[in-house]
Design a binder for this molecule. Structure first.
Ligand code: IVH
Length: 719
């Protein structure tokens, strides 16, 4: 009895959930297809459909002909466009979310029709369109609608470049023309064009569009074709609907899917250039992965790949369900856009004093990683995106790109969302923030020397791989060094002692050490409570090692604005020492290749600050390398000479000759001035050689330069 009751209870629960799901899915389909403004992410929507499908598999009695598992798109939306009946139904595709799903489908196809050749092509993220050509002339363009009837958007379709008004017949190098043909394809907005459109909107102070798909859909379904005409839409065709001939021509290309693409192309229609023929599970998996890896290099967004049985006779044999063909399958890539809640906005001060807001979200998985935080750059950006606290937001992580909050899902607002305002004081030290220049979008904390947030970030940066690469000196250690007051600025970093570190809990043993067997065998003696931890000792060793890092890494470590690894390398190579960098005028700095006036000015300003100079002095006193390494075996034959090299030399690369000059004590400059001692001229030298002549600077050929390196002064300069 209990068993019967359970079954009844289960059926009731299933019926209630089924009704809920049907209603929800229909509502979301209307938003997606009817309004071009979905509030669910694709992944969330797919999950609803998947749940419904699973429920119906367990309770087949719940399946109705109009259940969303049996239907396509959205019907009954009042749109103002004329409804047109498709001659042949427009189908959707069944989805696979894993390679296992693909294999299961392949097995089903194999069982019915044996091993088949397939075509694999991009699943374009746009909206489907059916074009009807009668005797080769375009007569209608219709959206998919519910698959049976769609909206007549012919006037708009006529504005899309690349859609031919007439098919190319055999006389124009095309293919035989049917009396009626429905051609199906996807309308999309190329990513580049979408970005450009958004840039323009932003420049005009207007809110940008959310994504290319909804923008394309909204653009195609404009009431005014002139508006559509301004939108950069494109089409890729991938299927035929109805096909009627006066007399059927014996064109063998109609026998296969790839042959149809050849015919479409011959007629003058755009097709995908990424269609591949594949056979066998392994090759299919490789092709799907390959397309996924290339997804960001395509002109349009894709949300997956479509697999189609190539042989059209087999397609007909396999047939279709009410909503999708059995001979095709959409393999969906993991979503790059998901929805999550923006719980709060935090602010953080970075090593250069810039104060940046960042979104704190309900953790969400996107493109393979779980994301909780995403930078919002500055208050201006928060305003531009129009996000409010509590909003459902679109979070995007495309490929290797850093996760980005695209914007709010406005339609999902409940009224409980709150505006966010940028603080006016530093989150770390409370100092009033300022704009460096009037109208600057970034706010900065002026307390560069002592602001604990900035200082800890600068110290952690010194330890990072791109700077002095000091193991143990990560964010945690940097914060501890600052919070305990052990370091008041980074100037004392290389003077740290064991005593200093034992003032920091993370580097102090709390209890007597218990050595492992291996440690005992290695002859280690146990340390007592209160002594420095092994990690602390390691930090000291690492700091000692870091003193010998090359000059450019030391320059990077100073956190001079705009001076990253490229500029630091250029400065170190060309000027050779910290003293030379410090002594150089803004003009001299700007003359270094790879260093422009902005960087030059930034370097000058940096050295004008007392506590900055103190950093360099104390590091130098602590033995940190302050000059390019000199190989003692190389004679300093170019000492005091400023030399410019130009043109192509046989024995030296561009960097190679600079190194040759610097390692011999010379200065490798990149522009010729009166202060230049020699200009080394190679093949195809340009204006620098001419300038040397103008200024009367002696010119050397490569041989003479080599001789000079060997200590032989040139007798004559080259004419
Ligand atoms: S074939 C009879 N091929 O995806 C088969 N569809 O989720 C009809 N789509 O409704 C579809 N790229 O709007 C096909 N290369 C492609 C496609 C593609 C995108 C769209 C199409 C379809 C939807 C199903």
């Amino acid at each position: 009895m209990a068993y019967v009751n359970d079954a009844i209870a289960d059926a009731t629960v299933a019926r209630v959930r089924h009704a809920e799901l049907v209603q929800e899915i229909e509502e979301h389909r209307a938003r997606y297809y009817g309004d071009d403004a979905p509030i669910l992410s694709d992944a969330e929507y797919d999950a609803l459909e998947r749940e419904l499908r699973a429920l119906e598999e367990r309770h087949p009695e719940l399946v109705e002909p109009d259940s969303p598992t049996q239907t396509v798109g959205s019907a009954g939306v009042e749109t103002g466009f004329t409804s047109v009946r498709h001659r042949e139904r427009m189908m959707s595709l069944d989805n696979a979310f894993s390679l296992d799903d693909v294999e299961a489908w392949l097995a089903r196809v194999g069982k019915e029709a044996g091993d088949q050749q397939l075509v694999c092509e991009p699943k374009i993220d746009g909206l489907s369109l059916s074009l009807t050509y009668e005797d080769g002339t375009l007569v209608r363009g219709v959206t998919r609608g519910d698959g049976t009837t769609g909206e007549d958007v012919t006037a708009n379709v006529l504005t899309i470049a690349g859609i031919p008004r007439a098919l190319r017949g055999p006389d124009d190098g095309g293919a035989a023309i049917p009396s009626v043909v429905e051609i199906r394809g996807e309308v999309y907005m190329p990513v580049r064009e979408f970005d450009r459109l958004n840039e323009r909107l932003l420049a005009e102070g207007k809110p940008p569009y959310a994504n290319p798909r909804n923008t394309a859909a909204g653009s195609l379904r404009q009431k005014n074709p002139e508006v559509t005409a301004e939108r950069p839409l494109a089409l890729t065709t991938y299927a035929l609907g109805a096909l009627e001939w006066q007399e059927t021509p014996p064109d063998p290309r109609f026998k296969t899917q790839h042959g149809i693409y050849e015919v479409l192309e011959a007629w003058g229609l755009p097709i995908s250039e990424h269609v591949r023929a594949v056979r066998g599970a392994e090759a299919i998996a490789a092709t799907l992965t390959d397309l996924e890896n290339r997804r960001h290099r395509l002109v349009h967004e894709i949300d997956g790949a479509v697999l189609k049985v190539d042989d059209r006779a087999v397609q007909a044999e396999l047939g279709s369900t009410s909503r999708a063909p059995r001979w095709a399958l959409a393999y969906k890539f993991p979503p790059e856009e998901v929805h999550t809640t923006l719980e709060d906005i935090g602010v953080d001060v970075g090593r250069t004093g810039r104060v940046t807001p960042y979104g704190i979200m309900t953790p969400v998985k996107v493109a393979g990683s779980t994301v909780t935080y995403a930078t919002l750059h500055n208050a201006h950006e928060v305003k531009r995106k129009g996000v409010m606290l509590g909003d459902t937001v679109v979070l995007r992580k495309a490929g290797d790109v850093i996760p980005e909050i695209v914007g709010p899902v406005v339609a999902a607002r409940t009224g409980k969302e709150r505006e966010w305002t940028m603080p006016t004081t530093c989150p770390s030290c409370g100092t009033e923030l300022y704009e460096q220049k009037e109208g600057d979008k970034d706010l900065r904390c002026p307390n560069a020397r002592a602001c604990p947030g900035q200082l800890a970030d600068r110290i952690a940066f010194i330890g990072s791989r791109g700077a002095l690469d000091i193991e143990v000196l990560g964010e945690k250690a940097a914060v501890a060094l600052v919070e305990t007051g052990v370091l008041a600025t980074e100037a004392g970093l290389f003077d740290l002692t064991e005593d200093d570190l034992t003032r920091i809990p993370m580097f102090t043993l709390k209890v007597d050490e218990n050595l492992s067997k291996a440690q005992r065998e290695a002859g280690e003696t146990p340390r007592e409570a209160g002594a420095i931890t092994r990690n602390g000792s390691k930090l000291l060793d690492e700091l000692a090692k870091a003193r010998t890092q090359p000059l450019w890494r030391v320059v990077v470590s100073l956190s001079i604005r705009h001076v990253g690894p490229t500029a630091s390398r250029a400065l170190a190579t060309e000027l050779g020492s910290m003293d030379a960098i410090r002594a150089a005028s803004a003009e001299e700095l700007a003359a270094v290749e790879g260093v422009g006036p902005v960087i030059a000015e930034s370097v000058r300003e940096w050295f004008e600050v007392d506590w900055h100079r103190e950093i360099v002095e104390r590091w130098s006193a602590a033995g940190v390398r302050m000059a390019e390494e000199k190989d003692e075996s190389i004679a300093q034959t170019l000492e005091g000479l400023t030399i410019v090299a130009t043109g192509t030399l046989e024995g030296f690369s561009r960097d190679g000759i600079k190194e040759a000059i610097i390692s011999r004590g010379g200065k490798a400059a990149s522009s010729v001035s009166k202060k230049t001692d020699y200009v080394v001229v190679g093949a195809n030298a340009g204006s620098k050689a001419a300038k040397a002549e103008d200024l009367g600077v002696p010119v050397l050929n490569e041989q003479q330069f080599v001789a000079l390196c060997e200590g032989i002064a040139p007798q004559d300069s080259v004419e």
